[in-house]
Design a protein around this ligand. Sequence first.
Ligand SMILES: Nc1ncnc2c1ncn2[C@@H]1O[C@H](COP(=O)(O)OP(=O)(O)OP(=O)(O)O)[C@@H](O)[C@H]1O
Length: 267
Amino acid sequence: MRIDIENLHVAYAGRTVVAGAHLIAAEGEITGLVGPNGSGKSTLLRTVYRHLKPSAGRVLLAGTDIRRMAPVESARHIAALPQERGSDFELTVREVVAMGRTPYKRAFAGEDAQDRDTVAGALADVGMEDHAGRRFTALSGGERQRVLLARAFAQNPDVLVLDEPTNHLDVRHQVELLALLRAQRRTTLVSLHDLNAAASACDRLHVLHAGAVIASGPPREVLTPDLMAEAFGVRAAVVEHPLTGDPLIAFDHRAPAGAEPTTECHR
Ligand SMILES: Nc1ncnc2c1ncn2[C@@H]1O[C@H](COP(=O)(O)OP(=O)(O)OP(=O)(O)O)[C@@H](O)[C@H]1O
């Protein structure tokens, strides 16, 4: 199922932070949202998983405005990993993941074999099957992250909305997660700060700046040195990754865009 975001405006207490965003997350593709801090990525994603209501514009799921769907109906199709990573669940890891099955259950209905298989599969997908009986609150940040991802997978959604899913993950778990998302071929809308991860994992990127989409397209077309300067205010060269051929962004960590480049090596 595809997602169309049309002329989306979102405000907090009257202050508009997403202003006329348009984008498409195509069926079965990984669509990346990148942009500087405060550019509106989380806010846009929150409207897609219905945590926030747009002040104008629409989010369409396979052509239907999600606000016209019952919450349980949209929850069967759209699962989210929000940036608010609840740490207050007095539940086991397995119980947290089983919450992903809620949209499929009648009130007070117990688990069936399909629920148990789905939960076990989701825990295995994120490599947390050996932690099923542990208390969620006793996990590290990265482990919690993987459990909450498993909860989203257990929802068996058509569309995954992931806000900074690689936060807290060590590099191997980042690589595994992005490979898993690619293998699943679900419609995935994901915000990422790591532009090199975005360049290799995403089919298309949208760059948000001050609440508007300022560039869209395949990573190779979008992630240019000019864009790095315009959107992020940094100097960067874009080269070919020697192992994968993906665009590889080499940042100048010594000076922001506009500053005199330094070539001396200070030790
Ligand atoms: N709950 C809130 N109440 C009021 N303002 C908010 C709230 N959440 C975010 N904002 C403001 O909205 C703007 C966009 O924030 P948002 O979190 O969507 O940006 P972001 O691109 O996800 O940023 P980051 O990269 O730092 O996570 C910011 O100016 C932020 O301060």
